[in-house]
Design a binder for this molecule. Structure first.
Ligand code: PLP
Ligand code: COI
Length: 343
């Protein structure tokens, strides 16, 4: 592909095949040394663990080109650690953290032309994924696995960029109390396909999932955590053992306290109190911070005071600070920007 033809400022969030990806195989009890490959296709057994029993997990992280030309990944060490947790939960052999970071470096350096220029609003999204590749028939873990890390330049996850979203409270459950909601298992997303397809067909941008046990507490969206702002400007985010521990959300809570001097609360959030919040947003690598203007809970519609035209003022401050840190315009806390340079 000729990268000169990419319209960086108008990219959406979709797969664009890039030049090289990193591949490592787990066979005979160990990961091989790994290679870069131009082959974007995978050949596996028709009975592979991933195809039969969804034995797969993935990650998502972004790489930015800064104004001074440096190239950085945002907190990739946390993605590496979360992928280890996901692998363990799915009885897969964890891919070592240092090797994950090396794969990030290799893939970025092999696809330099695909890193969007500074100021376009786009970034290079990295998708590490691993899956059971050997054949199984009975329900048990595969014996062989493949780890891949590929890159795709992306723009905003939601098509209108930072315009406030409309969500609905869904009647479907995403994750069970002692299930896999806290890890990035592909199966969590398979669970959400019907809910998101229905939501889109009805004109909603995303779903709000509730806790499966009582259906009274806010969990998360299909691809992002929630943050709320109280009328006295506290940042509130749901605590639950069945939601993904978002790296963006953890970063926002630090930014709220240390950069904006706001109080933060990570606690259970009742659906019944949502109407009292001043602002609501979704946060994640793909979503960054996307404001929510309206939440429809069956017959009840909650219109947040921040409205449908723009982000609420505190959400805007969080967004501006987070993106300034990610793009090197504000000093980042120690270790948040992982610089990628040729060694
Ligand atoms: N929750 C879900 C279900 C997600 O898929 C994501 C995306 O990764 C997030 C939350 C946000 O997590 P992070 O900020 O680590 O990207
Ligand atoms: C991400 O934000 O990286 C995710 O994996 C979310 C996904 C729904 C695109």
């Amino acid at each position: 592909m000729n990268t000169k033809t990419i319209d960086w400022a108008n990219l959406g969030f979709q797969y664009i095949q890039t030049e090289k990806r990193y591949i490592s195989h787990f066979r005979n009890g160990e990961w091989d040394e790994g290679v870069l490959s131009t082959d974007g296709n995978v050949v596996i057994s028709e009975s592979a663990g991933v195809l039969q029993y969804a034995q797969t997990c993935f990650e998502g992280l972004k790489v930015y080109r800064l104004e001074d030309g440096r190239i950085v990944a945002f907190r990739p060490d946390l993605n590496a650690e979360r992928m280890v947790d996901s692998a363990k939960q799915l009885e897969m052999p964890p891919f070592p953290k240092e090797r994950f970071l090396d794969a990030v470096r290799q893939v970025v350096l092999a696809n330099l032309d695909y890193i969007p220029p500074y100021g376009t609003g786009a970034s290079l999204y990295l998708r590490p994924v691993m899956f059971g590749s050997s054949a199984v028939l009975g329900v048990k873990p595969a014996t062989e696995y493949e780890f891949r890390l590929f890159a795709s330049p992306v723009g905003p996850y939601f098509k209108d960029g930072v315009k406030p979203l409309t969500l609905r409270v869904t009647d479907y459950d995403r994750a069970a109390p002692h299930g896999t909601g806290h890890v990035k298992a592909g199966l969590n997303y398979a669970m959400s396909m019907r809910a998101i397809t229905e939501a889109h067909a009805l004109g909603y941008d995303e779903n709000m999932y509730l806790d499966a046990a009582t259906r009274t507490k806010v969990e998360e969206a299909g691809g992002a955590n929630f943050i709320f702002v109280t009328k006295d400007q506290h940042i509130v985010t749901p605590r639950s053992s069945s939601i993904l521990p978002s790296i963006t959300r953890r970063s926002i809570m630090t930014i709220a306290r240390e950069y904006l001097h706001l109080e933060t609360e990570e606690r259970e959030v009742d659906l019944d109190e949502v109407a009292d919040f001043a602002e609501c947003g979704l946060c994640g690598t793909a979503a960054v911070i996307s404001p929510v203007g309206r939440l429809v809970d069956h017959e009840r519609t909650i219109d947040f005071p921040s409205g449908m035209e723009q982000m609420g003022p505190i959400t805007q401050q969080l967004y501006d600070t987070l993106t300034a840190i990610q793009h090197g315009r504000l000093p980042a806390p120690e270790g948040w920007l992982y610089e990628i340079k040729e060694q």
